[in-house]
Design a protein around this ligand. Structure first.
Ligand code: PMP
Length: 362
């Protein structure tokens, strides 16, 4: 917003026009004399905001009518519990595909609920992390669902194909990939995403769930995590995160005006290509993911000489390129280039990386 490019993995930068609109109407929303965040969630005015946001998301993602869209609390981790509460029967079994730290955390949480078959399809091929084709995953035939994370935010591993599970519902943690590229929602039983990357501020979690999967929650499911209650109550079983919901609506409008998912997907391809080309063409930098599984949204990279890490981060920050430090579990650098990151931001990063390499060449 203020002359910097913010590469944070989340909460992440939001589109500048959205922030400007939110600022302009912050204290007096649509001549109400108060902020949208000060309105009752059940007021006619807020209900209109809520319905508009849902309709926009349905249209952007082409969500079929037999899916509910829920606006919930609790983030991605909340869903790590909500999913088994709602979909894993007592004594039941689920498959969890672990391709990085977030799917690993989801599997660990699910382990509290029943038998979890962990599938680990990432292997090292010529020094690059590669996900084995999903047709070779040893899925169980009797699992309640298959859970996977199409984009691992920390590791920078993305799976572009939707696995074939022969009728077993697929549950996907799309926290860091939702709205970045085309997704055929009809192939999924349930999609969830924390809002704080491609949707809006943290505090809101989107759940898209096929209707036939509702109504089987365990008895002990906390009511705020019960999908059926959320669906029946229009996501207002308890007070929803109204301001985050409103802002999500603005982000959806921004994306629609830009041309929708098809347009942003092309821009995202261009951005990612530019950055990976810079990394691949300069021995100063490296990325450890095979080209088929490189994330379009989160690009981890390492300096060949890691003693320059601090200098890289300081000089980048001085150049207005912030939050490039890699996740503490993997080190190095990470550039998160979500929908709101303009091509100019990635170009500025690439220019900086090339200049930094020149300056620090031995
Ligand atoms: N899943 C993925 C893919 C994530 O990137 C994150 C957060 N970065 C989470 C889950 C956890 O989300 P939250 O912090 O909202 O619980």
């Amino acid at each position: 917003m203020s002359g910097i490019f913010n590469f944070c993995a989340g909460p992440a930068m939001l589109p500048a026009p959205v922030m400007q609109k939110a600022q302009a109407e912050l204290v007096n929303w649509q001549a109400h004399g108060c902020s949208v965040m000060e309105l009752s969630h059940r007021s006619k005015s807020f209900m209109a905001v809520a319905e508009h946001a849902e309709a926009s998301l349905r249209s952007l993602m082409n969500i079929p009518d037999n899916y509910k869209v829920l606006f919930m609390h609790g983030g991605g981790r909340g869903q790590f519990s909500a999913v088994p509460f709602n979909l894993l029967p007592v004594g039941g079994k689920a498959d969890y595909v672990v391709t990085g730290s977030w799917s690993k955390a989801a599997a660990k949480e699910a382990n509290n609920f029943g038998e979890i078959n962990v599938i680990e399809p990432v292997s090292d091929v010529d020094g690059k992390k590669t996900v084995t084709d999903s047709s070779k995953w040893p899925l169980s035939s009797d699992s309640a669902y298959v859970h996977y994370c199409p984009n691992e935010t920390v590791d920078g591993i993305e799976i572009f194909d939707v696995p074939e599970t022969h009728g077993v519902p697929i549950v996907a943690d799309m926290s860091s990939t939702i709205l970045s590229r085309h997704i055929d929602v009809s192939k999924f039983g349930l999609i969830y995403a924390g809002a704080q990357k491609n949707i809006g501020p943290s505090g809101l979690t989107i759940v898209i769930v096929r209707e036939d999967l509702l109504g089987n929650a365990r008895k002990e499911t906390p009511s705020v995590f019960n999908y059926e209650y959320a669906a029946v109550n229009g996501s207002m079983y308890n007070t929803p995160p109204t301001f985050a919901w409103y802002l999500a609506g603005l982000v959806f409008d921004w994306l629609s005006e830009l041309g929708g998912v098809a347009t942003i997907s092309e821009i995202n391809q261009t951005k990612a290509q530019l950055l990976y080309n810079c990394i691949d063409n300069n021995s100063f930098y490296k990325n450890n993911i095979s080209s088929a599984n490189r994330s379009l949204m989160n690009v981890p990279f390492w300096l060949a000489d890691e003693s320059l890490n601090d200098a890289f981060l300081t000089e980048a920050e001085n150049a207005g390129l912030v939050a490039l430090k890699g996740h503490r579990s993997v080190g190095g650098m990470r550039a998160s280039i979500y929908n709101a990151m303009p091509l100019a931001g990635v170009q500025a990063l690439v220019n900086f990386m090339n200049a930094f390499a020149e300056r620090h060449k031995g």
